[in-house]
Design a binder for this molecule. Structure first.
Ligand code: DHB
Ligand code: MG
Length: 219
C-alpha cells in the first residue's frame, strides 16, 4: 500500500475509535514546542496500552522511557484511583515537561517519575510491590536488561509491552549494524527463549510509520 493509503486508514481508526482529548493533544503540542523528538506512540497505540492496562486489571504500571508522558497519561487513565504508574526518564528536561503534562491531564497524583538511567533506577525498585504491566520504550540497546527487570519486578500474569520492534522492517535483517536494531533483536530473542515469558509481536503501520509492538506475558 502507498503511505497515503495506510495513513488514511490509521487516521480513520484514530478518528473513529480514539478521538481527541485536550490533555493528550496539549501534551504532544508542548512536547513538540519544547523540541523533544516526535516519537511518542501513535494515538491508536496509546489506546492499546490503555486497554491492555484495563483488560489486565493492572493496578501498578512500570514505564521505561517517559519522554513527554503521552503514553504515561494513557496508562495512568487505565488504572484505578489507588493505582500507580512508575515511569523512568533519563533526561531531566523531558521529566519536567512530562510532569506538567501529567498534572494538566489530572493524573499527576497517580504517577511517579524517577529520574535517571533505567539500568541504574530499576535495581532500586527491587523489594517493592510488583508491577502488573510494564511498558518498555527507552534506549533500544538496553532492551534485554529491561526485559530481565520486567520479569524480576513482575509476577505471573504481568503484561509486558515493548515498543518499536519493527523499525521499518530493519529488525528482520540478520546483518543489521545499528545498535538500536541489534538491541531490539536481542530483546525479541530473549522473549522467544526465556521461559519466564510467552510472547508475540505484531507489525504496526500508523501515524509513526512502519514499526511493531511486542506483547508478552510473564508466566
Ligand atoms: C525511536 C524511539 C522510539 O521509542 C520510537 O517510538 C520511535 C523512534 C528512536 O529512537 O528512533
Ligand atoms: Mg517508542
Amino acid at each position: 500500500p502507498t503511505p497515503d493509503a495506510w495513513q488514511r486508514l490509521d487516521a480513520y481508526f484514530a478518528q473513529t475509535l480514539v478521538g481527541h482529548d485536550p490533555a493528550l493533544d496539549a501534551a504532544v503540542a508542548d512536547q513538540n514546542d519544547a523540541g523533544l523528538p516526535p516519537i511518542e506512540v501513535a494515538p491508536v497505540n496509546g489506546k492499546l496500552l490503555h486497554l491492555l492496562a484495563r483488560m489486565s486489571h493492572a493496578r501498578r504500571v512500570l514505564e521505561i522511557g517517559t519522554l513527554g508522558a503521552y503514553s504515561t497519561i494513557w496508562l495512568a487513565r487505565g488504572i484505578p484511583d489507588d493505582g500507580r504508574v512508575v515511569t523512568i526518564e533519563a533526561e531531566p528536561r523531558n521529566a519536567r515537561i512530562a510532569r506538567a503534562n501529567l498534572d494538566r491531564a489530572g493524573v499527576g497524583d497517580k504517577v511517579e517519575i524517577l529520574l535517571g538511567r533505567a539500568a541504574d533506577v530499576l535495581p532500586t525498585l527491587e523489594g517493592g510491590e510488583s508491577f502488573d504491566l510494564v511498558f518498555i520504550d527507552a534506549d533500544k540497546e538496553s532492551n534485554t536488561i529491561y526485559l530481565d527487570w520486567a520479569a524480576r519486578l513482575g509476577h505471573p500474569g504481568t503484561v509486558v509491552v515493548v515498543d518499536n520492534v519493527g523499525r521499518g522492517g530493519r529488525v528482520a535483517d540478520p546483518a543489521a549494524m545499528e545498535p538500536q536494531v541489534i538491541g531490539t533483536q536481542r530483546g525479541l530473542e530473549l522473549l522467544g527463549r526465556d521461559p519466564r515469558f510467552d510472547a508475540t509481536a505484531i507489525q504496526t503501520l500508523d501515524a509513526k510509520g512502519w514499526d511493531g509492538v511486542a506483547i508478552a506475558l510473564v508466566v
